[in-house]
Design a binder for this molecule. Structure first.
Ligand SMILES: O=C(O)CCC(=O)C(=O)O
Ligand SMILES: [Fe+2]
Length: 280
């Protein structure tokens, strides 16, 4: 499996980017326009938030899905029986955001959503005509002003050694949404699975941006683009004493967007959240 590293500024970037997504479900962008310093500030400030007690005031709302998800309520990947070793905070533009973290989180969400719309445009340019014909509207338009776009700030705590046998920072899963933008985390661990079932580390060079296909894009393209399983493995030795922070932005269509004959974005999302055990 070869996840391509694509120079965002090169003329042939869209073609290489979409080829990598088609072959692996993933691509890594370098020289992308998102501000690295802002991402670094967000990592630093949210690590303080997760290390403090104020998060107790922002416990997640099961209906609205915004706020802080503790390690005790964290996700259980579809098909897994063990909870992931992570806590996270769901930032929606309309949701609760701690005051001192708000401006940077929303500034990042805005610039990253703009980049995501451009990348969806690259994908549109490269789709075969029969796949385009099956789309209910252009992909880039599906996320415009979508209240469902979700910035997740993830903190994988240091490992104590008492973790349940077999538990992982993030068990193998596929993302639910259209595409995910994932700036390089502060530590390695992300792996992607190839068709033979082998796992491959994904680059976490500072300043790079991982982009991956989610289930909704696989659904909307009738499988032309694959939503690939990925996971976050547990570090060993000295690295196990460090937290890992990552910041995926999940681009979700507006609820009424028709993905396929079977699903709107809303029906698809609710089915998946119930499977994950975080919605009734
Ligand atoms: O933390 C990471 O690197 C990946 C996170 C992820 O795959 C997810 O939250 O869906
Ligand atoms: Fe994921």
């Amino acid at each position: 499996m070869h996840v391509q590293t694509v120079d965002y500024r090169s003329n042939d970037a869209p073609g290489h980017f979409v080829t990598s997504l088609r072959e692996t479900g993933f691509a890594v962008l370098v020289n992308h326009p998102l501000p690295t310093a802002l991402i670094g500030d967000i990592y630093r400030d949210w690590l303080d938030f997760f290390n403090g007690e104020a998060k107790q005031d922002y416990r997640f709302d099961p209906e609205r899905q915004d706020g802080w998800f503790s390690t005790a309520v964290s996700e259980t990947a579809k098909g897994s029986s063990i909870r992931d070793l992570k806590e996270f905070y769901h930032v929606f533009t309309w949701g609760r955001i701690p005051t001192e973290l708000r401006d940077n989180a929303l500034a990042y969400q805005e610039v990253a959503s703009t980049l995501a719309a451009e990348l969806l445009g690259w994908i549109e340019q490269c789709l075969p005509a029969e796949v385009t014909a099956g789309l209910s509207e252009p992909l880039s338009g599906m996320i415009t002003a979508s209240p469902n776009n979700l910035l997740r700030v993830l903190r994988y705590p240091p490992l104590s050694g008492d973790e349940a046998p077999g538990s992982l920072r993030a068990a193998a899963h596929e993302d639910i949404n259209l595409i995910t933008l994932l700036p390089a985390a502060n530590a390695p661990g992300l792996e992607v699975r190839d068709r033979q079932g082998n796992w491959h580390a994904v680059s976490c060079e500072p300043g790079t941006m991982v982009v991956n296909v989610g289930d909704m894009l696989q659904e909307a393209t009738a499988g032309w683009l694959p939503s690939t399983s990925h996971r976050v493995t547990n570090p060993t030795g000295e690295d196990a004493r460090q937290s890992r922070i990552s910041l995926p932005l999940f681009l979700h269509p507006r609820s009424e967007v028709v993905l396929s004959e079977r699903h709107t974005a809303d029906s698809y999302l609710n089915e998946r959240l119930r499977e994950l055990g975080i919605k009734k």
